[in-house]
Design a protein. Structure first.
Length: 152
């Protein structure tokens, strides 16, 4: 049974993380947008992917369904989010040459930059927490989070 102290600690952590997104400058990524870009970045091998297009291309990008599965959301949700990111020039979609129903997703250089800028919010929070609590064992927190992720 979770303790009230643990619930309070999780609520405080959530509030700290939420503030990182609320304090973002106008026009910056929302957390949801960051989550989609970060997933694309990680699934594409952690780099801006520039692939040849065409049926003989060596790689063909990621499908919407791959991203939906990675984020545990519906394909419709991914489609809406990707359309918004595409309008902002952060993602590029191309038709699949192997499956006419599918589209491939590519993180653009602008999307890569926006995602990395947003990721710095977490770096900033980690530095702040380390400065405020120098005795905090970051490796213990990391191990706890990894354990939780393997059991979800």
């Amino acid at each position: 049974m979770p303790t009230p102290a643990l619930a309070d600690a999780l609520e405080t952590l959530h509030r700290l993380l939420n503030r990182q997104w609320q304090d973002a400058p106008a026009g910056a990524l929302s957390y949801s947008e960051f989550e989609y870009l970060r997933a694309l970045h990680r699934m594409a091998g952690c780099g801006v992917q520039v692939f040849e297009e065409g049926p003989d291309a060596p790689d063909h990008g990621l499908h919407l369904q791959d991203l939906a599965a990675a984020l545990s959301v519906s394909k419709a949700s991914v489609s809406i989010a990707i359309a918004r990111l595409e309008e902002r020039g952060l993602v590029r979609r191309t038709p699949c040459f192997r499956d006419a129903r599918a589209q491939h997703l590519f993180l653009t250089p602008a999307g890569q930059t926006a995602m990395l800028e947003a990721a710095r919010r977490y770096d900033s929070l980690a530095r702040t927490l380390s400065a405020q609590a120098p005795d905090l064992d970051g490796s213990a927190l990391l191990k706890a989070v990894e354990t939780l992720l393997t059991h979800r």
